[in-house]
Design a protein around this ligand. Structure first.
Ligand code: DGJ
Length: 703
């Protein structure tokens, strides 16, 4: 006789999950907005249960959070294991359920094999549900783990589409909206990191989903290594979302007594549309993930030396660049790749983390003093996980890289990967970085990672765990130093690395037209304040596009603003325009970074319209990337305002010169007009947006 209750519920800030437990498994029959506490759960479970159809097992397999092979499930099992090279078929019924402070703990056990799987569901900051899954081997034999899902979520019946993210270097997080027909849609990464395609993020939508209405849920796998994601609709019509770390065969062996903790998965659900999911994730990231500094202090304007100088560094050039940065209002100068022992291009020196004596005869301090003397912080680029074959480190320790005996050591960007799972390697990296940070006044590290990890040789999981340990150790020793995660742009962005990093480099692509699209994907989950977003050069080195400074600067304000270009190569007019936008960013960054982010309704193709709203103050970016099909584009209609309140709406200068003349009523727009939130939502405002690369900044302040 089971001692399980018939049903259970999990309640969070505005959400309820109801689990039907009567089949000896945890079946989520409802996941959505809060239900009354007095709701009769057993009756609800009854009316939600479908009748058995002709081609099902006589006892249909429960649609549970832990489907396992051998029960007749029409979906992938959550757990795949083997012993002595042969597949094992565990039987994992739910045996206990415990109410915890902010959640439920579900215990599944196979007594014959001595295995247990515990799934902890917790309500975490922002109102997300966190899934924590652990497999324990309490038996007497070792078990080989092939896969353990972090999340197996039978999707609500409204699920009709998924938005998945795909991409490549310099084109991260491109949204793809796909119908959930019968069959599986799967993505995975193989390069030892989540990759540019953002397959660790996903949104599921109902047919009715929009910005402020309709059913939707979004999910994330918090893991900096390889992953697998799949959404599969079976012949019964049931769709299931699965997310897991991708493991190689025999990578994880669980000895008797061992426990494997799958990476955490986080899920937000809403009946009020996509904006609620975005707000929940943003609140979670700022309140519970990124180190306090990122959430609480004004995000300093950066200038990064990469696009300005790349490897063409000299002490004089760097000082001059720093002076030009300070004159613009920049607050942090970041010395990118090229500063260390012999690094004149990307073929050498990774691993030798000492200042190049040719560039810095007196070491790094004279430059740091110069930067600090101009009132800026100093930041430094490193790529600690890598080694160049042409480096002192590699010559001293050729066996420290990931490699297989008798296999060629294949490079990518002329570099190899250090094996962090070896304690002497991690110890050496800690000592090198610790020395740099202890000896110099460094406020910030840009931690780069410019290649896929191969051959992983069954070490992918352990490499990621060792990276976390290295970062944790460094952060404990230097808690005041901010770290940015970068992997040739956004190749390694997830909530586990962001617990250790205050910022992510969203893309190497600073072309604002491309960046608007890339950022749109990131902002679905991550707040603007931690997304590095820089004004690049024109023409852009990646796309070759020439874009006016006004457009580049306005787009860069909507993120953690920086400059990745040489102000000395800009016209005086461009420098003035950039300085004006930097000043504006400083006035508005509290709103941009603490506010709620809304997407406004632009029915016109090519228009990106974002509003950050904080305590009755808001700033919107309305950006047209292409030539509009008609002269008069549809009105921009607002979201995120109080219908009953009144707002002063104004256009913030400087204006885009080519569009200024087409403003119908320039004077009231400059002085500000007062309109109700309701009028702004229903009628909106009209702006000249017919020409490509036209952007407006609109302030909205409650009166
Ligand atoms: C890739 C990064 O994304 C760039 O910003 C720059 O730091 C280069 N690496 C330097 O090698």
């Amino acid at each position: 006789m089971s001692s399980l209750p018939p049903c259970a519920r999990l309640d969070g800030d505005g959400l309820t999950m109801v689990l039907d437990l009567r089949a000896g498994a945890a079946e989520p029959v409802y996941f959505g907005p809060t239900l009354p506490m007095a709701e009769d759960l057993a009756s609800l479970c009854d009316v939600l249960r479908r009748g058995r159809h002709a081609s099902q097992p006589d006892r249909p397999a429960p649609r549970s959070l832990l489907p396992f092979a051998g029960e007749g499930h029409l979906c992938a099992p959550s757990i795949v294991i083997q012993q002595h090279g042969r597949p094992l078929t565990p039987r994992m019924p739910l045996v206990a359920i415990t109410q915890r402070d902010a959640g439920l703990c579900l215990e599944h056990r196979d007594d014959a094999l001595g295995l247990s799987v515990q799934i902890e569901l917790s309500i975490v900051h922002g109102g997300l549900v966190e899934f924590g899954t652990q497999l324990r081997n309490q038996g007497t034999h070792p078990i080989g783990l092939i896969s353990l899902a972090s999340l197996t979520l039978p999707l609500p019946s409204w699920a009709s589409h998924m938005v998945r993210y795909a991409g490549r270097w310099s084109g991260e997080m491109q949204q793809q909206r796909l119908a959930l027909h019968q069959g599986a849609i799967t993505s995975a990464s193989y390069g030892g990191r989540p990759g540019f395609g953002g397959g660790n993020w996903v949104r599921i939508e109902g047919d009715n989903a929009g910005e402020v209405h309709g059913d939707a849920l979004s999910a994330h796998l918090a893991w900096s290594g390889d992953h697998v994601l799949s959404v599969e609709r079976n012949a019964d019509g049931d769709a299931t979302l699965t997310m897991a770390a991708r493991l190689d065969a025999s990578e994880i062996m669980l000895a008797p007594g061992d426990t494997f903790c799958a990476p955490r998965a986080l899920v937000a659900v809403s009946a009020q549309g996509i904006s609620s999911l975005r707000h929940a994730f943003h609140a979670h990231v700022l309140g519970a993930v990124v180190p306090g500094t990122a959430a609480s202090t004004p995000r300093k304007v950066h200038l990064n030396s990469w696009e300005a100088l790349a490897f063409d560094q000299s002490f004089e050039k760097l000082c001059a660049l720093a002076d030009r940065a300070a004159a613009l209002g920049v607050e942090r100068f970041v010395l990118d790749d090229g500063w260390f022992a012999g690094r004149r291009d990307d073929t050498t020196s990774l691993g030798d983390w000492v200042a190049d004596p040719g560039i810095f005869p007196g070491g790094l301090d004279p430059l740091i003093d110069h930067v600090r003397g101009s009132g800026m912080d100093f930041g430094l680029w490193v790529e600690p996980e890598m080694v160049s074959p042409d480096s002192a480190l590699y010559r001293a320790h050729p066996d420290w890289c990931l490699h297989l005996p008798d296999h060629p050591r294949l490079t990518q960007r002329n570099q190899l990967v250090l094996d962090l799972t070896r304690p002497e390697v991690s110890g050496h990296l800690f000592a090198s970085l610790d020395r740099l940070l202890a000896d110099h006044d460094i406020a910030y590290l840009k931690w780069d990672h410019n290649r896929d990890l191969f051959p992983l040789a069954g070490k992918g999981h352990a490499q990621v765990i060792a990276l976390y340990a290295l970062l944790d150790r460094l952060r404990t020793a230097h808690p005041q130093v901010e770290i940015e995660t970068c992997a040739s742009g956004g190749g390694r962005v997830d909530l586990e690395i962001l617990e250790r990093c205050s910022r992510f480099w969203a893309s190497d692509n600073n072309d604002p037209i491309e960046r608007l699209q890339v950022n749109a994907g990131w902002f679905d989950f991550l707040p603007m304040g931690i997304a590095g977003n820089h004004v690049g050069p024109s023409p852009n080195p990646i796309t070759g596009r020439q874009v006016a400074m006004d457009f580049r600067a306005k787009v860069a304000m909507f993120g953690h603003m920086g400059v990745e270009a040489d102000p000395g190569a800009m016209s005086t007019q461009d420098r003035q325009c950039l300085a004006a936008h930097i000043a504006l960013y400083k006035q508005w960054r509290d709103v941009l970074h603490s506010g709620r982010l809304w997407r406004l309704t632009p029915a016109a193709a090519g228009v990106h319209a974002l509003l950050a709203m904080h305590k009755g103050r808001g700033i919107a970016l309305i950006a047209q990337t292409r030539q509009a099909a008609t002269y008069d584009v549809p009105h921009i209609r607002f979201a995120g305002l109080d219908d009953e309140a009144h707002y002063r709406v104004a256009l913030l200068p400087p204006y885009c010169e080519k569009a200024r003349a087409q403003l119908s009523h320039a004077r009231p727009y400059a002085e500000g007009v007062v309109l109700s939130g309701r009028a702004l939502r229903l009628a909106g405002i009209s702006l000249p947006l017919q020409y490509p690369e036209t952007a407006w900044l609109v302030s909205v302040e409650i009166v």
